[in-house]
Design a protein around this ligand. Sequence first.
Ligand code: GDP
Ligand code: IMO
Ligand code: MG
Length: 424
Amino acid sequence: MNCCVIGLQWGDEGKGKVVDILAESYDIVVRYSGGANAGHTVVVGGDRFALHLLPSGSVRSNVNCVIANAVVVDPDTLLKEIEGLAERDITLDGRLFISENAHLVLDYHKTEDRLREESLGKNKIGTTIRGIGPCYADKVGRSFALRMSDFKDLSKLKDKLRNIVEYKNKVFAAVYKAEPLSADEIFEKCKLYADKLLGFVTDTTELLHRAIAEGKSVLFEGAQGTLLDLDHGTFPFVTSSNSSSLGMPASCGVPAKMIDEFLGVCKAYTTRVGGGPFPTEQDNETGQYIRDRGHEYGTTTGRPRRCGWFDAVAASYSVTIGAIDCIALMHLDTLSGLKEIKICRAYEIDGKQTCFFPSNITKLSQASPVYETVDGWEEEITEVSDFHKLPAGARNYVMLIEELTGKPATIIGVGPKRGQTIFR
Ligand code: GDP
Ligand code: IMO
Ligand code: MG
């Protein structure tokens, strides 16, 4: 069985928790999109892990981990993560494989991300300032791109870095009046990265195909969410990669045909960090209730997440373009205590109702949600492990989401820990 786990909303759906749970039955877990903009939380007993680049399977020491071609790797963050796990007696030696084709996020990318966002003022995208957009732009532009394989020839890397940093410094000075960066300092850091990371670098496409041919099972871990996809999300308020499941084959060199199941992860409500339209947003007491109970603050940046009702139009769109087979519905516990819960089942745009999500934000900004209001439930449900023992309000709510998305919720999250999960 090969399975792809993918966020159905604007990220932070609980993918880390789901991947960690499923990883127990897989040989390999693969991170395939984005970079250190991601923050995937895994809670094991009293231990909490926040992973930015390593696959969430990495906390299980018998699972092999792959970082695929289209991930943009910030070597500094990755090293800190590897060392952080080593301090907790989890070693990646011999079981981490990083694509030689994965692109490098270096200091000048993070500088450029920050300068651009600052210069945009209220028109900024609200990025994580992890250098993601500038790195992917260099990848597409090709001339100034560096990949993991560049660590193999340090003297060539030194020359390339001099050229790149000279160019970047001219732009930083002319456009932003910013201080120049030192190519030599960046090169010194790269020597260290090369020394510590080259042992993990390989051809991951070959590795994955060999493993699948041998009958090994592979779990593909998406980052961000479908609505943040560069081509299919709410552009320009998106990330710079194909973060929907459509990005998986391109990143890994593994065709979608080889995937047995696409599992979509969503929360029982909706959140978003950064700018952009959000039709069901509740910038009010309800939103604050959800934020407080769900601890809705960014895993990567600590920013408060914007919160709102479940948007079945948006989730169904993600189900459709992602060929989703079943759903992991997380954070059901967060909604306990609400007398009434609203769910958006259609949009009204220009006086007409539609159930198909318009990814174009000009249209999306005009959408008013058409809500159905259902009864909530009082009880805390964090200890419930059987679907039939959930309060009637919670069961009906799950079944309504299944009806509106057309897919079964086979996993239900009732808390952050591994055990706080209902399987159906
Ligand atoms: P990811 O980016 O999709 O992996 O999600 P994040 O880790 O950024 O955010 C999800 C947050 O919700 C983390 O703090 C998780 O520990 C937590 N979480 C995951 N599932 C559940 C759940 O079912 N209930 C509650 N209360 N918390 C959850
Ligand atoms: P995980 O994998 C939530 C959002 C940022 C911003 C936009 C662009 O943890 O779900 P970027 O730094 O990528 O250029 O920022 O995308 N964003 C995320 N939001 N979860 C994420 O990852 C995100 N990764 C990027 O907040 O709005
Ligand atoms: Mg996250």
